[in-house]
Design a protein around this ligand. Structure first.
Ligand code: GAP
Length: 516
């Protein structure tokens, strides 16, 4: 299936099956803002729990925090967000569309990379097992010419980003003949900086009221609480503080569904270390985080690391974990070595000492920080897009049928078991309710008696329910039910007394956490 079609189908499926709705839909929605529906909120909570348990429950040296969204405005001066949290934007005068200049250039570069990949795929097919990719890249004239183009472009692009040279960014767009993706026009405005923070006023009267900002990252709530947590928790370096919460950015180009939103959620962990040890911990957290992702079984080949071309103002090393979304490999999580930038800046702006007294070394210093930062909504989209599957099923009579199934990792599935009386009579609903009432303390179950059993199975395949339990006349005789597995569609006859153990075996977070 073409990746664009797949993405459209996933977006439509998310709405039709109660995962995600556009915000304020009766008023035609609000750009890049979404609501999580009845199944979406369950999936989202399960992802949060997996992250929280992996961070806080599994690591004695990591504790949690839930800081406020509103913070003192000087926080954003200290963090550099007021002066440097900008995107370079450019408008097309003909289409009246607004773009991020850096994204236009990156997309152009990706097109040249795709040409090289195409040549390699073609050659691989032609030469079979004897194909040597390295040699091909070093000798094929078309590949060499395109690689040269990429290298030259990169050199100018990185230099322009590093020096914040907006004129040069525009010049690159003109020199490489980059056109408006919608209209094909080359009629561009100059490039301008655009601050991404949402501003509002504190107090009931706007006159004389202070400007405050909706936080653009949760990390600063952790930095300003570093001393409080360290002292009250008697924490020793290295230690971490983990937080899940909302963040807000006035994104210029807000598209691709929940990939880039204006209101979103982050799961961030700041790990405080002794200066000089940060690179060791940076490597440690890169490895730990990729393990967390791969344990879910969405496919190891769907992840890759990408080192940053341009380091943020606070970092001395940074890498993204990219995921293969239907629209290509894109950033899912960032791992950043943030030096002592944030704590030192807060020390300077607040006039308060923010240090750590190292008993062994007999000195105090500002700790260095390694951060892991993942977008919860992007993680949701990663799970949804890897799970979506359209399948053709061969029936016993030789005919075929089709189903859409979400192969969500069972631990994350919104509903763990569907409880289905075969018919709405003969005491079957009552027996089903009895089973439901015993399971609901441990698992999120759903009772469903409407429509044929086949239709109910399909409905639960479509929301990713790992187990369907069918209660029939035999159940009343021998206290067994038919248990149907979502992925294999296999059916087993099992005693009611064993249901809890069987469901738990597949959905318990323990299985995931033990892999880390
Ligand atoms: N504290 C560091 C920080 O905020 P970031 O790379 O700007 O770093 C971290 O953001 C993660 O937050 C990203 O990897 C992404 O998953 C998520 N994220 C950032 N902007 C987002 C947006 N507009 N919509 C959804 N998720 C976003």
């Amino acid at each position: 299936m073409a990746s664009e079609d797949l993405f459209k189908k996933i977006t439509a499926h998310a709405k039709e099956y109660g995962f995600i709705f556009p915000s304020s839909e009766i008023y035609d929605g609000l750009g890049a803002v979404y609501d999580y529906a009845q199944n979406g909120v369950e999936l989202k909570n399960n992802i949060k729990n997996y992250w929280w348990d992996a961070m806080v429950k599994m690591n004695e040296e990591i504790v949690g925090l839930d800081s406020a969204i509103f913070m003192h405005p000087t926080v954003w001066k200290a963090s550099g967000h007021l002066s440097a949290f900008n995107d370079p934007l450019i408008d097309n005068k003909d289409s009246k569309k607004r773009y991020r200049a850096d994204v236009l250039i990156e997309d152009f570069r990706a097109k040249i990379e795709a040409k090289i990949d195409k040549e390699i795929t073609k050659a691989k097919k032609r030469f079979g097992d004897s194909f040597d990719e390295e040699q091909f890249r070093a000798t094929n004239q078309r590949v060499l010419a395109n690689q040269k183009k990429i290298d030259e472009l990169n050199k100018r692009f990185v230099a322009a980003l590093e020096s914040n040279d907006l004129e040069e960014l525009k010049q690159i767009i003109l020199d490489y003949d980059i056109t408006d993706p919608v209209s094909g026009s080359r009629n561009w405005t100059d490039v301008r900086q655009f601050n991404l923070m949402f501003e509002t006023k504190l107090g009931s009267v706007s006159e004389g009221a202070n400007s405050i900002y909706l936080r653009p990252e949760t990390a600063q709530g952790i930095f300003v609480n570093y001393l409080n947590v360290q002292k009250t928790g008697r924490m020793k370096l290295p230690f971490g503080i983990a937080q899940i919460g909302k963040a807000f950015r006035n994104e210029i180009v807000a598209r691709q569904f929940i990939f880039r939103m204006r209101e979103f959620e982050q799961m961030e962990m700041q790990f405080f270390v002794k200066p000089g040890e940060e690179m060791k911990w940076y490597e440690h957290w890169k490895e730990t985080r990729i393990k967390w992702h791969k344990a879910l079984g969405l496919g190891d080949e769907k992840y890759r690391f990408h080192d940053h071309d341009k380091l943020a103002h606070y970092a001395n090393a940074a890498a993204d974990i990219e995921f293969q979304f239907p629209f290509g490999f894109k950033e899912l999580e960032g791992i950043h070595s943030r030096t002592d930038f944030d704590l030192s800046s807060h020390e300077k702006e607040s006039g308060k000492k923010i240090r750590y007294y190292d008993n062994e070394a007999g000195e105090s210093y500002v700790p260095y920080v390694v951060e892991t930062s993942i977008g919860l909504d992007r993680m949701f989209l990663a799970v949804l897009s890897a799970a979506y599957s359209e399948e053709t099923i061969k029936k016993d009579d030789g005919s075929t049928d089709s189903r859409v199934v979400l192969r969500i990792p069972p631990q994350l599935a919104p509903v763990k078991a569907a409880v289905l009386p075969l018919v709405r009579k003969d005491g079957l609903p009552e027996k089903a309710r009895e089973i439901m009432n015993s399971l609901k303390f441990d698992f999120n179950c759903q009772y469903d008696e409407k429509d044929s059993i086949g239709k109910r199975y399909r409905r639960h395949d479509a929301i990713g329910t790992p187990f369907c339990l069918t209660i029939d006349h035999q159940t009343l005789e021998d206290n067994t039910v038919t248990l149907r597995y979502r992925d294999s569609m296999k059916q087993d006859r099992v005693p009611v007394d064993r249901l809890s153990e069987i469901i738990d075996g597949l959905v318990n977070f323990k299985n995931l956490l033990k892999k880390l």
